[in-house]
Design a protein around this ligand. Structure first.
Ligand code: NIG
Ligand code: FE
Length: 404
């Protein structure tokens, strides 16, 4: 057969097909943006007659592109001054209660023009692509009013059209109670429940609806009202649960059949079991614990041992994790959440694809899937966990095209 792109002789090829799917001297062939052959180089070469472009991957690891399953990549401004306040002893929740935190990014995002918001986000996506991320879940949640939330959705849609990275849009109107509603969180909850119906009627590009269920944000009851409405409108649902306080958000995710529950830094054993039982993907975000300077990391080991599907993501946002690097998340996950390097790489690819409903398209190198492929400058995949602070990704292929 004729192919567009042929990668041969990877020292290690990780297909993620049933576990890591490690193939020594592996090859993968792509055509029309999809994988058409994969396996030992000799087997692939037996099927491929010609290739428009060929890459020799000797000395390299080849694996699927990273799926960053939880990001707040669209925002304006920064919170570098708050970061110094935190270093001097203020907590994230103190700053949030004083009107800073998420609300300071909301003010900056409302004030930014569409072009500014697009340009700032595009720069971050460029870095993510260089670091091997080929699919990004992108949340709203720095508008917190009808108009700015819709602008954020438009920015996500525009970048999905114009950037190599595929973006998956999540509506997070319930990210914080905005200043206009201080002391009236139930009224803001009612506003979101109502606006969800309008967003659906307008045909807004939304795949998931998410809620920040935590101390200082939304209660379990408010979260349940929003997520139940979202589900009735046909959206799949996600929840930020147990980042700071154990309110019961993970149990709610299990009860409502959420696609994922994210953070889970303070989730108890019975809720871990409930997530596993309900098939809710547990998204752990070690960059956030690191960014906050916390010793408190999600217990991915216990989640995996309970039978849960565990995914990794950056949580990229201006407050708690100013980091675009999935390789760094792998390194953190292995040191602080109890994952092995193999589990962490699966969590960053295949399981992350499941967390954003892309398990049939992305996350593994199997025939028929989208050809999102990375080459690393190392010959053993465990270097992804072992080394940190540098970018091990030397080539990025998105939909069969070499983009980096
Ligand atoms: O996941 N938890 C809520 N959202 C982010 C923080 C966003 C922000 O501080 O701007 C998080 O940590
Ligand atoms: Fe988040």
């Amino acid at each position: 057969m004729h192919t567009d792109l042929l990668i041969t002789h990877a020292t290690q090829l990780l297909t993620m097909d049933g576990g890591l799917g490690l193939v020594a001297d592996g090859a993968v062939a792509c055509h029309d943006g999809r994988i058409v052959a994969v396996g030992p180089t000799a087997d692939v070469l037996a099927q491929v007659d010609s290739a428009a472009e060929a890459l020799d991957a000797r000395g390299h690891v080849v694996l699927p592109g990273f799926v960053d399953a939880h990001t707040h990549v669209v925002y304006a401004g920064d919170r570098v001054a708050e970061f110094e306040m935190r270093l001097r002893g203020a907590t994230y929740l103190d700053i949030m209660a004083a009107g800073g935190g998420i609300m300071s990014t909301v003010r900056a995002t409302r004030a930014a023009s569409d072009d500014e918001l697009l340009a700032a986000t595009r720069t971050r996506l460029d870095r993510m692509l260089s670091l091997g991320t080929t699919t990004v879940e992108a949340k709203t949640g720095y508008g917190l009013d009808g108009e700015t939330e819709r602008r954020m959705l438009r920015v996500i849609e525009e970048l999905n059209r114009s950037h190599a990275i595929e973006l998956v849009p999540t509506y997070l109107g319930a990210h914080a109670v905005p200043a206009e509603y201080i002391g009236r969180a139930d009224d803001y909850t009612d506003f979101i429940v109502d606006d969800l119906g309008k967003l659906a009627a307008e045909g807004q590009p939304i795949e998931f609806v998410d809620v920040f269920c935590d101390a200082g944000a939304f209660t379990v009851e408010q979260s349940a009202a929003i997520l139940t409405r979202a589900r009735a409108l046909g959206y799949r649902i996600k929840i930020h649960a147990d980042e700071f306080a154990h309110l019961g958000g993970a149990a709610l995710a299990a009860r409502l059949g959420a696609i994922s529950a994210d953070h889970l830094a303070v989730t108890p054993a019975e809720d871990r079991a409930a997530l596993a039982e309900a098939g809710v993907v547990a998204v752990v975000l070690p960059g956030t614990s690191f960014g906050l300077g916390h010793a408190h990391y999600a217990d991915a080991r216990a989640l995996i041992d309970a039978g849960a599907t565990v995914a990794l993501a950056t949580d990229l946002n201006p407050g708690t994790c100013v980091c675009e690097s999935m390789p760094f998340m792998v390194a953190l996950a292995c040191r602080y959440t109890g994952m092995t390097p193999g589990e962490a790489v699966i969590a960053a690819t295949r399981n992350a694809a499941a967390a954003v409903g892309r398990e049939r398209e992305n996350g593994s190198l199997t025939v028929g899937k989208v050809a999102d492929i990375l080459l690393l400058d190392v010959a053993d995949y465990r270097w992804l966990a072992y080394g940190f602070g540098d970018n091990p990704v030397v080539r990025v292929i998105k939909r069969g095209t070499v983009v980096r």
